[in-house]
Structure formats: C-alpha cells, structure tokens
Design a protein around this ligand. Structure first.
Ligand code: DGL
Length: 262
C-alpha cells in the first residue's frame, strides 16, 4: 500500500541530480526523500539506450523496495532514453527531466539557442522530437559536454580541466550569437559560476530544476499523495562509490549520505 508518508525517490547516474533534489526539498520541505547516486556507473551519456534502460530498471527496483510513492528521474540522459519504458513497466508515477529548449525558444531574441548536454541526450529520439516541435526560425547549437560529468563526479568542480573544457564548448556557441544557454544535464547547474564567467551577463542560462520541482508537486497533488503532516522530511542519499565529492556538493546538513552497493 502506498501511503502519503512514503518517500519521493530520485535517481541519477551520479551526484548531478542532487541539483533537482535541492529544488524539490525547497518546494516540498515536509516530504521524505531517497536519492540514488549511481556514480559507479557514471557517465550514462556514453552508453547505449539498452544499457541505460537496464540501469534505470535496477535503480527503480531499489527505490520501489524502499516503498517510494513516486520517482523523479533526475537525469536528462535517463529520461530521454528510458522514461517511456519505465512508465510502461511500472504502475507508479515517474517525473522526468528534459532539456529546457522550449522555454529557451520562447525567450530568445537572436533566435539562436545553445544547448550543452550528453551524447545520450542529444542523440535520443525524445530530444529530436522536442527540437522538431519548436519554431523552424530558431537555430539550436548542440554541444556534447564530453568529460564534464566525469570531472564533477571526481570532485574537480573548480579545476582548470573543467574550465578548459567549458571554454572549448562554450566559445563556439558565444561566437554563433546565442542569447540563451540550456543546461541539458543535471550535473551542469553545479558549473553555473564557472559558466557565467565565460558567457558573461548577457546570455541567459536555463536549467529545468525548478520546473521539475513544480511538476513533482503537481503530480503528487493530482494523485492525492502529498504528505499529510508539515514536519520536516527526512532525506537519505545512497551512493555506490566514495561519497567525498558528493558531500562537498551538498550544503543541506539534514541529508544523510550512505555508501552502499546497488
Ligand atoms: N546527470 C545526467 C544527465 O542529466 C548525467 C548523464 C551522464 O551520466 O552522462 O544527463
């Protein structure tokens, strides 16, 4: 039996989806949460669709065994490759995250938007469908953020290696006159300070974190699953690798981080 007090489950290929977890805890502070950081298998972005689906099934089974009432797929690569499969296979609601190119298309003035995402996201049919649905007079400059997830997972957030990769990926987009930059990977919001230094103040940086939190709330309400009491929720993160890099990203001290193989 699913009860309102059961946790909201989250998973990502690693630590990046905690950028979504943070937004959900801010919007829904009384909800209990369980987050899986599948860092052992990161990055998902270079894997085949079948491999990504198999990892998503493993993560979902773990969260279902913990009695989660809803699952947030806090990973663009997992969402764009596996969410249809998950929704078909399991009865509980899934919330996904997709690169915010539609909101970017609504605000761009130069009609050129940039997107930084993984190969798995940019090559997915769901991403192709979404990009085909936006106006034909808008150009999308797609760039694979190869290597960024690995460096964030390794705790090298403020390293020169990351800076060099960002320069390599962002400068051609700036030269193409983008005025909006979509962060299509949940790891990348942790790079916003470094990205801002490179792109300056005129380019709008867009990520989907808040929108996913609002959607999570709406789906809980629709299904009558909002937690009944207003006591602060409890939060657990399971990580199947060393937790040092993750601990450095998390500022919320009420989150309990546990190393566990899954
Ligand atoms: N956080 C994942 C995403 O949003 C990273 C993907 C990866 O592991 O390559 O796509």
């Amino acid at each position: 039996m699913i009860s309102n007090n059961n946790p909201i489950g989250f998973f990502d290929s690693g630590v990046g989806g905690t950028s979504i977890l943070k937004e959900v805890i801010t919007l829904l502070p009384s909800e209990n949460t369980i987050y899986l950081s599948d860092s052992k298998n990161a990055p998902y972005g270079q894997k085949s669709k079948d491999e990504i689906i198999a990892l998503c099934v493993k993560n979902t089974e773990f969260l279902l065994a913990k009695k989660c009432k809803i699952i947030v797929v806090a990973c663009n690569t997992a969402t764009t490759n596996a969410i249809d499969f998950l929704r078909e296979k399991y009865a509980i609601p899934f919330i996904g995250i997709e690169p915010a190119i539609k909101p970017a298309a609504l605000v761009t003035k130069t009609k050129i938007i940039g997107i930084l995402a993984t190969k798995g996201t940019l090559n997915s049919s769901l991403f192709e469908k979404t990009s085909n649905s936006i106006s034909k007079d808008i150009t999308i400059k797609e760039t694979i953020g190869k290597g960024l997830v690995e460096l964030i997972e390794a705790g090298k957030l403020n390293s020169e290696e990351i800076n060099q990769l960002l320069l390599q990926y962002l400068n051609p987009m700036i030269e193409s006159d983008i005025d909006s930059l979509v962060l299509g990977c949940t790891h990348y919001p942790y790079l916003i300070p470094q990205i801002r230094k490179i792109v300056g103040s005129k380019i709008k940086i867009i990520d989907s974190g808040e929108a996913v939190a609002r959607q999570t709330k709406a789906i809980l309400e629709k299904n009558g699953l909002i937690k009944k009491d207003s006591k602060n929720g409890s939060h657990i993160i399971y990580i199947n690798k060393d937790k040092t890099a993750l601990k450095n990203l998390i500022t919320n001290k009420s989150i309990n981080v546990i190393e566990k193989d899954f």
